[in-house]
Design a protein around this ligand. Structure first.
Ligand SMILES: Cc1ncc(COP(=O)(O)O)c(C=O)c1O
Length: 300
């Protein structure tokens, strides 16, 4: 596997990037992480990812033992050593191992790690041209007051079982509802609905119970710039089903149009034909990868 990892203060090949099975990151999913991407040799919105990672660390009372400048330098160095132009770059911090015989998280030494591997798509460009087949999972999202979804975490069993449900139903991914039946998010992405019935398009996405995605923020900014009425609020399922357009946002692919929801074509469109807002935001998302305000060249 092409890539490079940083573990215990050393750069290693991906196959040598290992942690102890006694690390609570593994035993209890006690960890946080963030994923930025490099596209054509440049990081996209790296500071937004580092801001979110630092906020997640603080929320979980984790101390990575390195400062922000070091995290940034390690991310650059992983990409440089891996020789990647398009990369998926993850930073993570686990709780580590407690003192022998202890179950006290305060006795753990937290561990900072990072890696860069070839770009990972939520949906490949080919699939994006056709549009994603999305289902609404029957399993509810972990409640936000139990595991805060704004802190990027590995509590993914709701999503993973949701993915199996999607595959069983002939789709490729899943969106989960919260306990009140409102749309939240899916494995690795935020979800948007677009309504074309007013004077200007309404773009709706959940304001709570979701990770505040960096690509979500990009889509919101692009939609506002395009004159859309952006509404961040609860999105009930029946309203979601009436959407003229649905798209997903993720670092793993940007703005990704959805073709079908529970097997029904979104907006009644034939496969591969997308609404104007999804198209415009998708193009705008990639155009921003040439905008010096948002990109940072990798120090190769
Ligand atoms: C649960 C969840 N929601 C949303 C997202 C999208 O966030 P971003 O746009 O920052 O990639 C992710 C990304 O991994 C995620 O894991």
């Amino acid at each position: 596997m092409q890539g490079c990892a940083y573990v215990d203060g050393r750069y290693v090949a991906p196959e040598d990037a290992k942690i102890s099975i006694f690390d609570w990151g593994f035993l209890h999913s006690d960890a946080t992480y963030d994923v930025a991407h490099v596209w054509q040799g440049r990081f996209f919105r790296l500071d937004d990812h580092l801001d979110r990672f630092e906020a997640s660390l603080a929320a979980l009372r984790l101390d990575p033992g390195v400062d922000r400048a070091t995290m940034r330098a390690v991310m650059h160095e992983c990409v440089r050593r891996a020789g990647l132009r398009d990369a998926y770059v993850e930073v993570l911090c686990t709780r580590g191992r407690p003192a022998p015989g202890s179950r006290d998280p305060r006795s753990c030494s937290n561990r900072f790690m990072a890696f860069a591997i070839p770009f990972v798509w939520i949906a490949t460009p080919e699939r994006q041209r056709e549009g994603i087949d999305l289902v609404v999972g029957s399993r509810r999202r972990i409640p936000a007051d139990s595991v805060d979804p704004r802190v990027k975490n590995y509590h993914w069993l709701d999503f993973v079982m949701g993915l199996y449900e999607a595959y069983d139903r002939g789709a490729e991914t899943v969106v989960l509802l919260d306990g009140d039946g409102r749309v939240t998010e899916g494995p690795g992405f935020n979800v948007f609905a677009v309504y074309a019935d007013g004077a200007r398009p309404r773009v709706v996405s959940a304001d709570a119970g979701v990770l505040e995605g960096v690509s979500r923020r990009t889509a919101i900014e692009l939609a506002r710039d395009a004159g859309c009425d952006v509404q961040l609020r609860a999105l009930p399922l029946d309203e979601f089903r009436r959407a003229d357009e649905i798209f997903l946002t993720s670092t793993g692919g940007g703005v990704i149009p959805v073709a079908t929801l529970d097997g029904v074509p979104v907006g009644g469109r034939p496969r591969g034909v997308f609404g104007p807002v999804s198209q415009r935001l998708q193009q705008g998302y990639w155009a921003l990868h040439d905008d010096p305000r948002h990109v940072e060249p990798v120090r190769y």
